[in-house]
Each structure stands twice: as C-alpha cells, then as structure tokens.
Design a protein around this ligand. Structure first.
Ligand code: SF4
Ligand code: SF4
Length: 292
C-alpha cells in the first residue's frame, strides 16, 4: 500500500526523481511531516476548513451528521468506505493509501523515464518505511532495473537485516536519517531505540554502497547531537553527502485532517545561524555537509 507518487523531486537522491511514498512506519518521529505514513491501513483525511456544509455526505454513514445545521465528522464511526470522498463537492475528504500492482506502479513511473535518465535521476522509495513491504519493493525494483532505472531507497533502517539484504541487489543509493546517537534522545524523539538503525547503516557502509545521510535538526529535541552524529558519520566511508534539514511545522494541518494532535506545537524553526553553526561543527569533523 502506498499513499502517493511525486514526480520531479530533486531532494531525494541524484538528478530528477519520482518518489514513491509507502504506507506504514515503525517510528513516530515527533516532527514527521508525513503523518499519513504512520498507519499501514488506508485513512480518511477530513479538512473541516473547506467543508461547504452542503450535507451531501450526511446519511451515507453514521460518521457524517448534522448538529445545529452544521456538518460534523465523527471519525470513530468511519469505516473507510470512501463514499463521502466521492460525493463531496468541496473535496473536504481525501483517502490516504491505495493498493497498486507492481506492474501498474512501474507503468506509471516510466512515464517520466526520459526525464529521469536525462537528469541522472531515477526512482526513490520513501514513506513511511518502504522496507516494511520489502517483497513488494523487490518486485517493483526488478521491473525498474529491466528498464535501467536508477533506484534510491530512503529508509529509517529500523528494519531487519534480511530486508536490507533483499533490496541491496537493486539499490544504487541509500538515503538514511540519523536523528540522534544518544539512545535515550533517540527514543524520546522517535519512540524507538537506535541500535538497529546504526548497525544497519554501518553494514551498508561496509559494503561500499553509496549513501546520503540527513540529520533533521529540531531545536530542543536533538540539537545537542550535532558532534555525536558528525563523529559517527566521519567514520563511514560510503557517505556521498550529508544534509542538515531544519525543522518546520508545515505538516501541522495534515495532523488535524487525520484527527491527530500535533506532537510539538511549541518547537520553533531553527534560525539560519543555528544551521550554519551545526554545519561548521560537522565540517570540522571532516563531514561533507551540503546545502539542502
Ligand atoms: S469513508 Fe465511508 S464511513 Fe467514513 S465518513 Fe466517508 S462515507 Fe462515512
Ligand atoms: S459533502 Fe463535503 S462539503 Fe458537503 S457537508 Fe459533507 S464534507 Fe461538507
């Protein structure tokens, strides 16, 4: 199950790429800008702000009712039949997640084959955690390779070694996040410990597979990890580039549409000076930090 494909991406590996976003993730990063990727199941997103109160969805199910003349969506009663998304003229409902066969997905991805190849780009698996669906990933990757398409895999690395080994034969590049080296900081930020993640990154590095590492910089959460992350990366030999990603809260509205509370409403966006200082600290350790 995936929830989107996004063409013309320039931040998900080399060249111009189409990114495939997979549903399901074992992490719960507090700053995640794809909260629709958390759940493996299909989800209904409802944007109350665009509802025109036409009541066309009322009566379709127990989840859409009227109180004092106003449409109200009762998320707990929704059984995800999608009827409302089909009738709503305001597109207040959207469905996150759909099944697609490997063949149909590859057919869609190949529409941009010339752009991908001409730019030195390709396809990137992202999410969510794509390797939670590794057997499906392998099927898609095999078909892409038959067409000579470059493949990058953007993974949390919080997966079994077996999953990494299955996708390696088809992978030209890995994209890894390192959120923290201190295991307690990592747990507080993501809900999981990082031993498996760091071991998998070291394993891929030992095989000489090119990788890019991203460090999401979140003030007050993992901004004390700069030197530790830099020291870890400095020991790796297959890292092509490191990017520091400044936290932003643009995804807050998506949480609302999913009926979820935004986890870190009071965390500020880091200043340019903070990012510049973190960059200099990493560069001083010999890390190749490039602009995002
Ligand atoms: S998806 Fe189906 S059950 Fe859920 S709100 Fe829409 S019409 Fe009702
Ligand atoms: S169909 Fe759409 S616009 Fe009409 S009441 Fe339902 S959510 Fe609002």
């Amino acid at each position: 199950m995936i929830f989107a494909t996004k063409p013309f991406e320039i931040h998900d590996g080399d060249g111009i790429r189409t990114t495939v976003f997979f549903k399901g993730c074992p992490l719960r990063c507090k700053w995640c800008h794809n909260p629709e990727s958390f759940a493996f199941k299909k989800q209904i997103m409802y944007d109350e702000g665009v509802c025109k109160n036409c009541h066309k969805c009322v009566g379709l199910c127990e989840a859409n009712i009227v109180i004092d003349g106003k449409h109200v969506f009762l998320r707990d009663k929704c059984v995800r039949c999608e009827k409302c998304a089909r009738v709503c003229p305001a597109e207040a409902f959207s469905v996150s997640g759909y099944d697609i066969t490997p063949e149909a997905l590859v057919e869609e991805l190949l529409r941009d084959e010339l752009i991908m190849k001409g730019s030195g780009g390709g396809v990137t698996f992202s999410g969510g955690e794509p390797l939670m669906q590794v057997d499906y990933c392998v099927k898609v990757a095999k078909l892409l390779k038959e067409h000579g398409i470059n493949l990058a895999v953007d993974t949390s690395a919080f997966v079994a070694r077996e999953a990494i080994d299955k996708i390696i034969p088809f992978t030209d590049m890995f994209l890894f996040d390192i959120k923290a080296i201190d295991e307690d900081v990592h747990f507080a930020c993501t809900g999981v410990y990082n031993k498996q993640i760091l071991e998998n990154i070291k394993y891929v590095d030992s095989l000489g597979i090119p990788m890019e590492i991203r460090y999401p910089y979140v003030p007050g959460m993992n901004d004390g990890e700069v030197e530790k992350i830099g020291a870890f990366i400095a020991k790796l030999k297959s890292v092509k580039a490191v990017r520091i990603l400044p936290y932003h809260s643009y995804a807050e509205h998506k949480y609302t549409c999913l009926g979820m509370a935004y986890p870190i409403p009071d965390v500020p966006t880091p200043t340019k000076e903070e990012i510049a200082a973190a960059t200099e600290k990493m560069k001083a350790l010999g890390v190749n930090v490039v602009p995002y």
